[in-house]
Design a protein around this ligand. Structure first.
Ligand SMILES: NC(=O)C1=CN([C@@H]2O[C@H](COP(=O)(O)OP(=O)(O)OC[C@H]3O[C@@H](n4cnc5c(N)ncnc54)[C@H](OP(=O)(O)O)[C@@H]3O)[C@@H](O)[C@H]2O)C=CC1
Ligand SMILES: CC(C)(CO)C(=O)C(=O)O
Length: 285
């Protein structure tokens, strides 16, 4: 397949590198310095090089599949570029959090959404380290399951696990709960993901957050807590994407994760309200 990957951060570099073994992959970034760095060095995944084409996003071309790996707040800026190639392209959005699907559905057709629970850390503009194996689940937004199933089959290879998910909202809500616990706690306390299970005090707060989120999203609380523990344990050596945003003074995805849950909920969620405000306070320090 001819695949474009937009946003060459942790997830984009990972996906582009792994798919380049079996597909024709072009990565799109927004800084020429990053483009030059990848052209010169390839993408290094734990020092192993992978070579792809790299272009600036304004030079986007048509592809069978475009995988969008920018963070939630950056999707708006990208929409005009995506519309240019929308006639023939299938789009796969790989963001944490929710809020983007309604927005992109108004502008684009052939949309797939996915969740990624690999733990990945970007070291340099051209290099990443894999901090926990996981799974990418993809589903169709407009009940076009054939495209989602075909895409999952084409993308899945030994090195990258991609699975079709028949229940879009369940998959997205489960991932939302996991991120609403791991991401803000690790960002506030500046710890790796595994710490939320090994520090008894953090574990209690994590459990409370998980319970509230499960209540809000109408998912069984024990099931939600087991998912949180599974991902925290699988990615125990990773610094979450929210922690990296805080460390780099970037806007976090809190509005699309805990903020989304708070808006959806008919119940009061004291732990999520507090952690939302704490992250906002930390963003503004
Ligand atoms: N890191 C992880 O372990 C995981 C992250 N996720 C989710 O995946 C998504 C991506 O996260 P992650 O890879 O960590 O984020 P990063 O911040 O590492 O990467 C995002 C990339 O998008 C680029 N970008 C932003 N706007 C544009 C644009 N208009 N055109 C081209 N490139 C652009 C940024 O460029 P620049 O460098 O120039 O700012 C950056 O390289 C998030 O929703 C995150 O929550 C999901 C699972 C695991
Ligand atoms: C899977 C996990 C928790 C990996 O750190 C993640 O989604 C993130 O960091 O945003």
């Amino acid at each position: 397949m001819n695949i474009g990957v937009i946003g060459l951060g942790s997830v984009g570099l990972f996906v582009a590198s792994q798919l380049s073994e079996s597909h024709n992959v072009t990565g799109y970034c927004r800084r020429d310095r990053q483009r030059q760095s990848i052209l010169k060095n390839g993408i290094l995944v734990d020092q192993k090089p992978f070579h792809i084409d790299v272009e600036l996003v304004e030079n986007i071309k048509k592809h069978d599949l475009l995988i969008i790996c920018v963070k939630q707040p950056h999707i708006d800026n990208l929409l005009p570029v995506l519309k240019e190639v929308s006639e023939t392209t299938t789009f796969l959005f790989l963001q944490n959090g929710l809020g983007h699907i309604e927005k992109v559905s108004v502008e684009l057709k052939n949309i797939l959404v996915g969740t990624c629970d690999y733990g990945i850390s970007k070291l340099e503009d051209h290099s990443i380290s894999l901090k926990g194996a996981g799974l990418i689940r993809i589903a169709s937004v407009a009940d076009n399951n054939d495209i989602a199933i075909r895409t999952a089959n084409q993308l899945s290879r030994d090195v990258i696990n991609v699975e079709f998910a028949s229940n879009l909202s369940q998959v997205l809500h489960e991932k939302l709960i996991v991120n609403s616990v791991i991401n803000p706690l690790t960002a506030l306390f500046e710890v790796k993901n595994g710490e939320i299970l090994t520090n008894d005090y953090l574990k209690d707060i994590a459990h409370q957050l998980s319970h509230e989120a499960a209540l809000a999203m109408k998912i069984d609380s024990n099931h939600a807590w087991s998912l949180v523990q599974k991902v925290a344990s699988q990615t125990k050596e990773n610094h979450s994407s929210m922690l990296k945003d805080i460390q780099q003074n970037k806007q976090t995805e809190i509005d699309y994760i805990n903020g989304f849950i708070l808006k959806q909920s008919q119940e009061t969620l004291p732990s999520h309200s507090l952690i939302y405000q704490l992250i906002k306070a930390k963003e503004n320090i």
